[in-house]
Design a protein around this ligand. Sequence first.
Ligand code: XMP
Length: 317
Amino acid sequence: NFTPNAFVEEIVAEMKAKIGNDKVVLGLSGGVDSTVAAVLLNKAIGENLYCIFVNNGLLRKNEFENVLNQYKGMGLNVKGVDAGERFLSELAGVSDPETKRKIIGRVFIEVFDDESHLLEDVKWLAQGTIYPDVIESVSVKGPSATIKSHHNVGGLPDFMKLQVVEPLRMLFKDEVRRVGASLGIDPELLGRHPFPGPGLSIRILGDITPEKVRILQEVDSVFIEGLKSWGLYDKVWQAGAILLPVNSVGVMGDERTYEKVVALRAVESTDGMTADWVHLPYDFLMKVSNDIINKVRGVNRVVYDISSKPPATIEWE
Ligand code: XMP
C-alpha cells in the first residue's frame, strides 16, 4: 500500500535535510526516472538543482527541442547541451554494437564532466536510479542513461567523485509513475515508452551517418505518431524502427528504385526481460507502411518483426 503523497512528503524532507544549501547536478534523459527525480529534488532544493540534458544526436525526431521546452515549462533549472555532432563524429565508421555503446557512454561522460566543471561548488550528483537498477547494478548491455558506477575509482571524472543522491532507489517503475502523477507531471511524459541510452545508434545496423539518422528519425516518427493516432501507443510497451544495412529493389512510377529497408518492432512486456511481439492490426500496418514509403525519401520497403524474446532480443543490436 504505497502512497505517493506520503512518499513525496517524506523524501522531500529527507533530501532537504541531507543536502542543505549545497548544489546538486543531475543528468536528464527525457525518460520517466530522471524526470521524476529532478522534479522531486526541485521541490526540495529549488534553484540549487542544476539539470543537464545532452543531445547525443541519436534521439527521436525533434525530441531534444520538445523535451527541453517541456522541462523549462516545468520550472526546472535545465541546460540543454547539443553535442550531436561530437557523438556522430566519434561514431563515424563504427559498426560493432558494443563499440557503439562504449563510445556513447564515454562521450556522454566527457560532455557531462565538461558541463559540470562550468558549475562551481557542486557537492552532489543526483541520479534517477530505481530499485531494479540497484539490483542489476551493472547493465548487461553497457551504459544506460543513468551513470553506473562500475568504473575504476582512480580514473573517475570529477563529477563522479561527488556524493551521490538517488531519491527513487527504493521504488519500482509503477511507483515512480504514481509519484510523477502526484507531482503533476504530464501523463504523456509519464507514459512514454522506454528508450535505450545509446538511442538510435543501436537501431541503425552497421555504421552510422547523419543521413541514416535522418531517415530513421523520419520513419520512427511516422510509426510512433501512427500508433498514437490509432490509439495503440498505450497498448504497447515499447516500439521503434530499425534501419537495415541492405537495399532492396522497388518500383516508383516507371522507375526502378534501389533503396533502404526498415523493420518495425512493437512489443508487449513488463520488465523488458521477456517480450512478445504485438499483433498490430493489419489495417494499421498497411497504412503505416504506405505512409513511411511515401513520406520518407530513401526507403522503399517496410517489414514487421515477429520475433519474441527469448530467443530474439527487443533491440536488434
Ligand atoms: P534487449 O534488446 O536486451 O532490450 O531485449 C531490453 C530493454 O533494454 C533496452 N536496452 C538498453 N537500454 N542501454 C539502455 O539504456 C542499452 O545499451 C540498451 N540496450 C537495450 C531496450 O530498449 C529494451 O527496453
